[in-house]
Design a protein around this ligand. Structure first.
Ligand SMILES: Nc1ncnc2c1ncn2[C@@H]1O[C@H](COP(=O)(O)OP(=O)(O)OP(=O)(O)O)[C@@H](O)[C@H]1O
Ligand SMILES: [Mg+2]
Length: 373
């Protein structure tokens, strides 16, 4: 097919299950991920309806629709829950002989990274409980459906102006099964953003499961008080060192079987480190129930790490102040807050392609204080 023929073919092709992207009008760019751009847009027919459009990156046109995007779509179509981002449809924009696809989601006003980087956003204890309860509810649901998220981090947690939390970004998610009759799974361990990556992945485990997401939940929970990621390693080795310094030395005593992981003898594991999770988080966290739950989420041995069901039954969620509605607090902030539109959360840590799409409110430039835990 020559270019002209191809142009005609694509223009006339009726993509099944795809609606025309021109029914939406872009309003602002709100995200730049590894896998493409995300826009806020409104529906032309119903200008009160806002959506988020995530562009599907066509890395290798010859191979057709990218398999990674197909996987994300399949998983999103399966997951329907109040605490999981809702995929409305796939839309298609034809522009000459190029076809661009978008994943269209219900719009959420904020992401947690954006909220935490704004010093004017203050969560009280009941509100923090509500965030964590919804996050664990979402994890409970996806894990019950045999899906691993594999990219837990504050930027992938969305919050609507009504205070409803939605797990987002299923770009790295996959289905899992419990390995049966002795045949171990062989999943890739090159997943999860380094700062939120659990020790089993850093040590080369390929037969992991839901506990990888609960480690991330623990990192995010601590961040609700510290306001910046608690372990910011630059390399996998450094990340393991930071983990050992907080959670204690990685040994066969605390984690029987760890010696069988591929990288156990290849990485440098600090010795004689005491576990200091409670001690180091207490000055920020204060609440003893919160410290106890954090201590159980940040457990080195994944088989001993608390699961979402037990975490939801933890006293933290069932003692005063009880989890409380977030909408009142959020109503004080009329501007959307996203990681992309916030200033970098760490000195010297620049995100690539950081074009300013939405005007930053002035308080963010002056009032933001970088606090590395
Ligand atoms: N439904 C939505 N409503 C509002 N904002 C959204 C929505 N979906 C995504 N975003 C914003 O866009 C950002 C990037 O989206 P997402 O995480 O899905 O893409 P990604 O390309 O996989 O990102 P990365 O690779 O950086 O994790 C999110 O962090 C969030 O700020
Ligand atoms: Mg993301």
């Amino acid at each position: 097919m020559n270019i002209k023929e191809r142009e005609k073919y694509i223009e006339e092709f009726d993509f099944p299950h795809c609606d025309d992207a021109t029914k939406y009008e872009k309003v602002a760019k709100i995200g730049q991920g590894t896998f493409g751009e995300v826009f806020k847009a409104k529906e032309r027919k119903n200008p009160k309806k806002f959506v988020a459009m995530k562009k599907v990156l066509m890395d290798n046109e010859k191979e057709g629709f990218p398999i990674t995007a197909l996987r994300e779509i399949r998983i999103l179509q399966l997951l329907k829950h109040e605490n999981v981002v809702n995929l409305i449809e796939i839309s298609n924009a034809v522009n000459r002989y190029r076809s661009t696809f978008y994943l269209v989601f219900d719009f959420c006003e904020h992401d947690l990274a954006g909220l935490l980087s704004n010093v004017n956003v203050k969560f009280n204890l009941g509100e923090i409980k509500k965030v964590m309860q919804q996050l664990l509810n979402g994890l409970y649901y996806i894990h019950s459906n045999k899906i691993l998220h594999r990219d837990m981090k504050a930027a992938n947690v969305l919050i609507t102006k009504n205070g409803i939390l939605k797990l987002a970004d299923f770009g790295l998610a996959r289905a899992f099964s419990i390995s049966k009759n002795g045949t171990a799974n062989r999943y890739t361990n090159r997943v999860v953003t380094l700062w939120y990556r659990p020790p089993e992945l850093l040590l080369g485990d390929r037969n992991y499961g839901p506990p990888v997401d609960l480690w991330g939940a623990g990192c995010i929970m601590a961040e609700m008080w510290t306001r910046s990621p608690i372990m910011q390693g630059n390399t996998e080795q450094q990340q393991l060192t930071l983990i050992s310094q907080l959670c204690g030395s990685i040994t066969t005593d605390v984690w029987p079987g760890v010696e069988n992981l591929d990288l156990f003898s290849r990485m440098e594991l600090p010795r004689n480190q005491k576990r200091k999770v409670r001690e180091r988080l207490k000055p920020y966290v204060k609440d003893p129930y919160a410290c106890d739950l954090l201590d159980k989420l940040l457990i080195l041995d994944p088989s001993k790490r608390i699961d979402s069901d037990s975490a939801l039954n933890h006293d933290f969620f069932w003692t005063d102040p009880m989890p409380g509605d977030l909408s009142k607090m959020l109503a004080q902030h009329t501007q959307s807050m996203f990681e992309y539109t916030a200033p970098p959360r760490r000195a010297g840590h620049m995100r690539p392609h950081h074009h300013q799409a939405i005007q930053k409110p002035s308080h963010m430039d002056s009032g933001y204080q970088d606090r590395v835990f």
